[in-house]
Ligand binder design. Sequence first.
Ligand code: HXC
Ligand code: NAP
Length: 304
Amino acid sequence: MQAPDILAENQIAMEQKAPMLRDGALNGLVVVITGGGTGLGRSMAEQCLRLGARVAITSRKQESLDKATTEMATLGEVMSVACDVREADQVDAMRDAVLARWGRIDALVNNAAGNFISPTERLSPKAFRTIIDIVLIGTVNCSLSFGKHWIAKGEKDKCMLNVVTTYAWTGSGYVVPSACAKAGVLALTRSLAAEWGRLGIRTNAVAPGPFPTKGAWSRLLPGELVEKFDMRKKVPLGRLGEHHELADLVTYLLSPYSAYVNGEVVTIDGGEWLKGAGQFNLLEQIEPGMWDAIELLVRGTKGS
Ligand code: HXC
Ligand code: NAP
């Protein structure tokens, strides 16, 4: 049973690694993380708490939010608000609940997502729209709500961080709604960085490769697919991402240390997408002992 083992290993890795940034690096900041009760969002939330931020997590299911906040309470000040990011009025209410509790918001992480694998011709219009609504419209709703608040108040030194993935620019079959939505989020990231930078709002993105989470693995590699399509084989570094590695990158991008980083998308995938892109990278399948014979063949070719 490979998937549960990988998930357990990552949880241990998260617990054992101290944050990269110094203690208190996020002191005084209030960070809102959508989808912050599970998976990667939760790992980001925990690292923000360890570094001194107050953290609000939000998603649709109050029950899983309650469980997460209870478990995270030992790390710092954490609150949760149930909110479906597809609904603009719910997003405004979520923002106002955080402001009512802490009086300020410094950073928004647009991490919530929905996804599943499917041949595109099997998708109904509603299935396609569901993913676009969660990923792209959800990110738009949160960005508009928080951005308008900061701009109206004239508040500076704010930041938004969007979670995309590498198929935002390569595209990918079998997850086409997600690829379209993430591409839109990437365009939003770069566009707002240019437009809102002068207003004191930085906008960046991270593009993770494969990081095991229950949410992603159950929808992208269900059942035996997890063994049939071992994601580690696609990664030049030969392994999956560890949650603390992404959490360190995210906390850096939320911190004042990255104050001059704006409009950037930082890939953290062990080289996965480049390996898929390079036309001859498949030649790694050639046995090393074959290269002498191949070199002779190539050198023996004269003229056209
Ligand atoms: C085809 C499907 C389907 C499937 C749902 N639908 N699952 N169609 N194949 N496997 C269709 C439904 O039939 C329906 O259309 C429409 O989609 C909406 O389905 P609902 O179940 O009503 O939607 P909802 O309850 O809003 O749930 C959304 C969800 C669900 C996306 C379907 O899986 C979810 O809640 N996901 C949240 C968490 C998640 O997905 N995490 C993974 C993120 S991983 P019809 O027309 O039939 O009514 C990720 C990784 C990126 O993003 C990169 C990795 C490298
Ligand atoms: P996950 O645990 O399933 O996270 C998705 C989160 O989004 C859940 O907490 C879910 O909570 C929330 N959510 C879904 N629909 C929502 C809605 N309408 N409103 C509010 N919240 C909603 O999966 P994950 O792997 O950690 O993914 C986190 C992010 O990383 C996503 O943006 C994903 O695309 C990205 N990513 C993941 C990987 C990977 O390998 N894991 C790779 C690249 C990018 P509720 O169900 O309670 O709403």
